[in-house]
Design a protein around this ligand. Structure first.
Ligand code: NAD
Length: 299
């Protein structure tokens, strides 16, 4: 295909995603503000520009993979920003995980500058980015879905159109809020089981086939043994790092507040993972929260 993609943000996720677009035959031109990231991308075979504006000139799609919404809005705005630099009707596709409100604001800015816009945050982590097996949760107009499905299909295997602008981010943070809550629940259940004299395997055999069954138990089990591939078996090497769970719960908390939901567990999970990520939990799998619960327990 001759679609030209400016790929901005070549970090842990962006770099392997851009590589998959190159492999699929897209005309990719990358850029990252950090020189070492730019060099690594060039070494991996991704053609790169020397500035964001140079990358955006002549692009059909501007794909961003940034740390936060603040980075995105700063890059979009102003007379020297990306929106002003791009040819009209460019697709601005953001795959970062950001606040729902910021995603909607970014879409409004792009549309009022005469462009198209979509949010498509991912799950699947660096492993999924490298393998091209990411899940994309897409907030976009129906008319843009053919183009997006083709493009995102080169980097992922599950594409879910969740609704219009901001809906991808909304779905992602709802899912991750539930995931954070369910992991704390799973960890508390296993620590209680330990105190009550149950083996991990016995409790697993019950929960995994009974009504407490969930991904946090059957795939990412917080105790070693029952699920050999879970991070608990490798001293909680992520997996999904505590710092990222804390970030996503922070986004969920903002959305809960903005929308006035009377939630109790979401904010509690946010506090628990914020504390976890303030210490060595930042770089451990989020299922390592069980160690904190065990350590705080009496006896
Ligand atoms: P990262 O920090 O490794 O990469 C982000 C890159 O963006 C950095 O290299 C940074 O220099 C660059 N950048 C920032 N501002 C820029 C600008 N104006 N122009 C060009 N480059 C710019 O982060 P990551 O782990 O790749 O994550 C990216 C996003 O994906 C985040 O929003 C994260 O929450 C989300 N995410 C990450 C994972 C994961 O496992 N790492 C999983 C799912 C979603």
């Amino acid at each position: 295909t001759t679609t030209r993609i400016a790929f901005l943000g070549l970090g842990h996720m962006g770099e392997p995603m851009a590589e998959n677009l190159v492999k699929a035959g897209y005309d990719v031109i990358g850029f990252d503000v950090v020189p070492t990231a730019l060099e690594a991308a060039r070494a991996a075979g991704i053609p790169c520009a020397d500035s964001a504006l140079e990358a955006v000139a002549g692009a059909d799609v501007v794909l961003t993979m940034f740390p936060s919404g603040r980075h995105l809005l700063e890059a979009y705005r102003g007379s020297t920003g990306l929106l002003a630099a791009a040819a009209s009707d460019t697709m601005f596709l953001d795959c970062s995980t950001i606040d729902v409100a910021q995603a909607r604001e970014a879409a409004e800015l792009a549309l009022s500058a005469g462009h198209r816009s979509a949010d498509a945050p991912v799950s699947g982590g660096v492993v999924g980015a490298e393998a091209g097996t990411l899940t994309f949760m897409i907030g976009a107009e129906e008319k843009d879905m053919d183009q997006l499905n083709e493009l995102l299909g080169a980097m992922g295997k599950r594409l879910v159109h969740c609704g219009s602008h901001g809906s991808g981010q909304a779905a992602k943070i709802c899912n991750n809020m539930l995931l954070g809550i369910s992991m704390i629940g799973a960890a508390e259940a296993f620590v209680l089981g330990e105190k009550l004299g149950l083996t991990h395997q016995a409790l697993y055999d019950v929960i995994s086939t009974a009504s407490g069954q969930c991904w946090s138990v059957t795939t990412n089990c917080p105790v070693p043994g029952p699920v050999p591939a879970s991070p608990a078996n490798r001293d909680y090497v992520p997996g999904f790092a505590g710092a990222l769970m804390a970030k996503d719960l922070g986004l969920a908390l903002n959305a809960l507040r903005d929308s006035g939901v009377a939630a109790e567990l979401g904010p509690l999970a946010e506090r628990i993972y914020r504390d976890f990520a303030a210490g060595e939990g930042a770089g451990r799998d989020f299922s390592g929260i069980i160690t904190e619960i065990r350590n705080r327990s009496a006896g």
